[in-house]
Design a protein around this ligand. Structure first.
Ligand SMILES: *Cc1c(COP(=O)(O)O)cnc(C)c1O
Length: 432
């Protein structure tokens, strides 16, 4: 990241970083560069671009000016060294694992992460010889006990999907540093407006930008942010793709050539070039527009969700509520450290009467949307066991602490009185 950006507050970063105006026309709005390729000045210029001797645009699978503006904006918000945007959150993890791991390596992963992340790692990457070792993310010592000399990453979420566990970031960062294993944090639920894991020692941040970064439920996207704080060159045997000559790139050693931003360079210049999971300029345009309001939205999401969580906790038809901002939350003390500006919009709860009562609640809601998304400005609800986490076995769901009656609520920006009205009617129907 441009060191100058770090002096700015979050609102200023959200409004100014990544884009000033169009150098050619002075236009203040970010243009949608709907272009597959970019004209070379001459053959010497073309050769320089291909040899990484000069910065510039070649082909939109590698990079695109609209996408770059969004990447720089999100990178400034996370306080990273460089960002690579991808076509989805799943693509972000796919590209990251492809950059870090080779056959025979392993990843140590919290059981309480998004079901799709576990499915990708356990069903796809396992077939390529990358082992996933599951640990209880609430007990950092389990990460430490499971790491060995082929561990290429520790993975968890700032706030877990869907149980709302808050990660003990500093303890995990110490373990990561002691063992030379990068700490990878999925920051989708908190967003950089509420938590910046790199400031707490994480090395890599991953996002599903589909969620709060967009906030409009109008696209699918992802991003990887390199903290620039991992010394790849110290572990050439563990990370040969970054710290040894790359035969797929004229034998360049990314660690020697790019220093702190070696992972970003590897992802940007090689991995996304090879795997091809780039976002469209149009989606990057929408995302860039969305981040200008991220801090305002996350503040309101947090305020609304705290009110709704308290409302649910006091409701006789509700069995239990999990929200990091409630004093009843098991990691409320952690939330006070890492989520000082608010705990976001996600709530997990269970209604009395199990799956059947939950079904009645969901079917009687009128304002709240029933769909497989979250982080939208509009309030959304879902039953994970029968939808988002249904690909997991019941044992995997149990390991993730996911009971069959759990309901996930993504509290939006509406007037809370209207959310209460809809939930009250639904909970009454559920209790009947
Ligand atoms: C949705 C989600 C993902 C996957 O992202 P997609 O954009 O749907 O591919 C990853 N992690 C978390 C925490 C998510 O909520």
């Amino acid at each position: 990241m441009d060191e100058d950006n770090k002096k700015f507050g979050m609102m200023t970063r959200a409004l100014h970083c990544g884009w000033k105006c169009d150098p050619a026309t002075g236009a203040s709005g970010l243009p949608i560069y709907a272009s597959s390729a970019f004209q070379f000045h001459d053959t010497a210029h073309a050769a320089k671009l291909f040899n990484l001797e000069e910065d510039g645009f070649i082909y939109s699978r590698l990079s695109n000016p609209t996408v770059c503006a969004f990447e720089e904006g999100l990178n400034a918000l996370e306080g990273g060294f460089g960002c690579v945007a991808t076509s989805s959150g799943q693509a972000a993890f796919t590209h990251l694992v492809a950059a870090l791991c080779s056959s025979g390596d392993n990843l140590v992963v919290s059981t309480k992460v998004y079901g799709g992340t576990l499915t990708l790692l356990q069903n796809v990457f396992s077939r390529f010889g990358v082992e996933t070792r599951l640990v209880d993310g609430d007990h950092p010592c389990q990460f430490e006990q499971t790491i060995d000399d082929r561990t290429c990453g520790m993975i968890t979420e700032t706030i877990g999907n869907p149980l709302m566990n808050v990660a003990p970031l500093e303890t995990l960062a110490h373990i990561s540093e002691r063992h030379g294993v990068p700490l990878i944090i999925d920051n989708t639920f908190a967003s950089p407006a509420l938590c910046r894991p790199i400031e707490w020692g994480a090395n890599i941040v991953v996002h599903s930008t589909t969620k709060y970064i967009s906030g409009n439920g109008n696209l699918v996207g992802g991003a990887i942010i390199d903290g620039g704080n991992f010394d790849w060159g110290r572990y050439p045997d563990k990370f040969p793709t970054i710290a040894k000559p790359d035969p797929a790139y004229h034998g360049v050693n990314f660690s020697e050539r790019f220093g702190a931003s070696a992972l970003w360079a590897k992802l940007h210049m090689a991995i996304i070039r090879d795997l091809g999971g780039c976002p469209s300029a149009f989606d990057a345009y929408l995302l860039h527009l969305s981040i200008s309001t991220l801090c305002l939205r996350m503040k309101r999401h947090s305020e609304n969700a705290l009110e709704v969580a308290k409302f649910l906790e006091a409701h006789p038809a509700v069995e239990w509520v999990r929200y990091p901002g409630l004093t009843s939350h098991p990691q409320n003390d952690m939330a006070k450290i890492y989520l000082k500006d608010g705990c976001g919009g996600m709530i997990a709860f269970s209604v009395k009467g199990g799956v059947e009562a939950g079904r009645k609640l969901l079917d009687s809601l009128k304002l709240i949307g029933h769909m497989a998304n979250l982080g939208d400005s509009r309030t959304l609800i879902i039953h994970p066991a029968s939808t988002t986490h249904s690909q997991l076995s019941s044992e995997q769901r149990k390991a993730a602490g996911l009971s069959d009656g759990l309901i996930r609520l993504s509290v939006g920006l509406e007037d809370t009185a209207d959310i209460f009205d809809d939930l009250s009617a639904g909970l009454e129907a559920a209790a009947r």
